[in-house]
Design a protein around this ligand. Sequence first.
Ligand code: BMA
Length: 834
Amino acid sequence: MRYLIIWLLVMVSADVIGQQTNTNLNTNWEFRKVGDENWMPAQVPGCVHTDLFKNGVIEDPLGMEGEEKCKWIESENWEYRTTFLKSSLPQKQFYTIKFHGLDTYASVYLNDELILESRNMFRWYEVNVSALLKEENQLRIEFESPVKKGIDKRDELGYDLPSPSDAGDEKIASFVRKAGYQFGWDWGPRLLTSGIWKPVEIISWDSARLQGFHVVQDTVTKNKMVGKGHFRIQSSGAKNATLEIAIPGQAKRDTVVELQEGMNELSVQISIVNPELWWPRGVGSQRLYEVKGSLIVDGDKVAAKTRKIGVRTIELINEPDDIGTSFYFKVNGEPIFMKGANMIPQSVFPSSVSKAETLKLLVTAKKSHMNMLRVWGGGIYHSDWFYNACDSLGILIWQDAMFACSVYPWDDAYMENVQAEIKQQTQRISDHACIATWCGNNEVDVAWNNWGWQSEFKYDQSQQDSIWKGYQKLFSEVVPNAIRGVNPSMNYVSTSPLSNWGKDENFNHHNMHYWGVWHGTDNFDGFEKNIPRFMSEYGFQSFPILHKKSTEYAEKLLESRQKSYKGNKEIDRHIEQYFPKPKTFEDYAYLSQLTQRLAMKTAIEAHRLNGGKCMGTLYWQLNDVWLGPTWSTIDASGSWKAAHYTVSDRYQPTILLPRSDGNKFELFVSNDQLESQELNVKMRLIAFTGEEVWSEKASMTAPKSSLSKLGEWSLKEMMKNLGLKKMSVLEIQVSKSDTVLDKELFYFEKPKDLFLSNVDPEVEVVLMGDYLEVKISSPVLLKDVFLRADVECTQSENFFDVLPGETKVVNLYPKRLVVPHVKLKSLNQTYPKL
Ligand code: BMA
């Protein structure tokens, strides 16, 4: 026993000697406004707004008028401090503090000595503090107002740079390397915060430490993936070390290297024999391999880092073809049609987004059959857990660098700052299987060339030249070189869109943001007439689900939150085209959602009907930062708007695409899968009173990745043969063996011309243990039924139609064990009561 204890002690101390240890410094923080006397408790990671709210200094920034009441915060300077004992850290030779994210102009003092001045929210910073540590240490960080610093930078240049979304009095957003949307955007508030938005840690180490490790795949064949493991190692002096690569199921590989004093960037070969490929969801599984890179010095394993990689190739095919210029993604050699959305940050205060909240949204995206999300350039680079989840869920990421709708500075210091940011972010995220491409910016190119900034800002020729030269340097040199310096085969496009929606010919080239609907004056058929090669943005606004708050409160709140320069004009104009005039705010909010749904359905169906020419559809926007009228399909409370049910339906792998131009009816089937499908189709024409008027059955083969036309019918002939004055509703179902793949109800008229009867449906609510069954039936067709419970619930379906004679069963799963009161609304109720 004595021997055993001695042996154990030796083991422990041997382990501790060389090892690098990370200790978090996220506790005991306090903060105050610079100049104030009292310190208040603070949370790290966090930010000034959430800390002020927790301390009762301000009301909820997202409450009524919160944005206005919080405005003063952005002009103040703030300071944070904490203390720690050296004896609480492992006894080592060296200590390095790592700040994972400081927002944004931070001066960091350790024991009153300035150790760091940071100026970029998107970078991490490290400082070797070994010589400064005492037994009792104080770490203090001063944050200067981003507005004041932005003004200083602007004054240095001597003129304004456009930042149209900046809702401040001085438009300085583009001078500050900080998330663009926090300055204000057309779907969210201006809440310009400061603070320690990511963790702080201290790394204790002896002779060498592993700062980072990532993987690059060079070649992938059926038999082998060959790539490199890149190590970043800081060493206290020249010495030999061993770099070990371990991948379960593969032979271990050790490489002896010579370290120099300082930072060493070293690569070793890695390979995976007979790899199982990673695929995006819907077309294959998501096999991930753990690659562990270890640093061994003097026989001690100093540190190890693990990366999970998926073996796959992703090519972006953007080249001249018969139509114009293609734009599509090939994964493992297979062209894949991309279905997804643009994602904005999940909160105005990104430090407060939990892993669970991110996972919830991504799982929803997966369940909605999305295989790609675009991380939009006016937001943030997401946390590691976001990219990990996308790898496992099979969701590809289009990653914008954080630049949107502005012109950016071009001085050397700015370029260096961006270069460091992009290098760090590429090292952090680019070996994730999910990363399909990087993109330099959102809409900067189209803005500069089409939005009239030259005359609006009265730029002279030399200023215009400087701006455009700066643009080209940033997005054709600095950003792509930083990305490809880390990952040489990474896909990159300089901007999105590469083609602007102004001219018809432009739809034959590259990718497109089509905003003729909403920002232009096009009607929804604009989506059918304007088919791009790849649609990376389009959308339509709606109001959120009205939950518990009173309707008057909701109306006042939501009306004050319309941030689009168009106001509600487009919502009104399109509601009018399709629906009866809303009489109450509640009806208006509901109809805005049905209208948005129609926009999304029209667009997605048009894109899938033109699959081949068009190879992707990413609508604007998946999520929200607050409850307000926006383009989102999931509102800030996480509720699905009507549009989201339809997006989720229209993104299914095999769908029916019924069309009618008033004279004929055509039926298409789109099959996104990489295998052909043997399908059975059933059609029934049903009168609004319930009787079946006509039916037909057919079988077909839908080849892999195809659009097939099943048939065409003349409406005139059909009505003549059946003795009908009007076509009613067609129920169409496609199945494979016994599984129904898609079921559609097709109407031949606009909803407002259906003249639905305003009758009360029969609703029965049955408690089934921990969930409720809601049974709905009606003697006449019920359209667009919206169920709303008075407690938070998830539900199996919403915004559905009930055919006469049918009983619709919807399950409600309340968050708390109570029996909720269920309210029902339908389009029928917006018609006059008979
Ligand atoms: C797109 C986006 C955002 C904006 C949206 C709606 O072009 O890039 O800038 O929120 O339009 O206007």
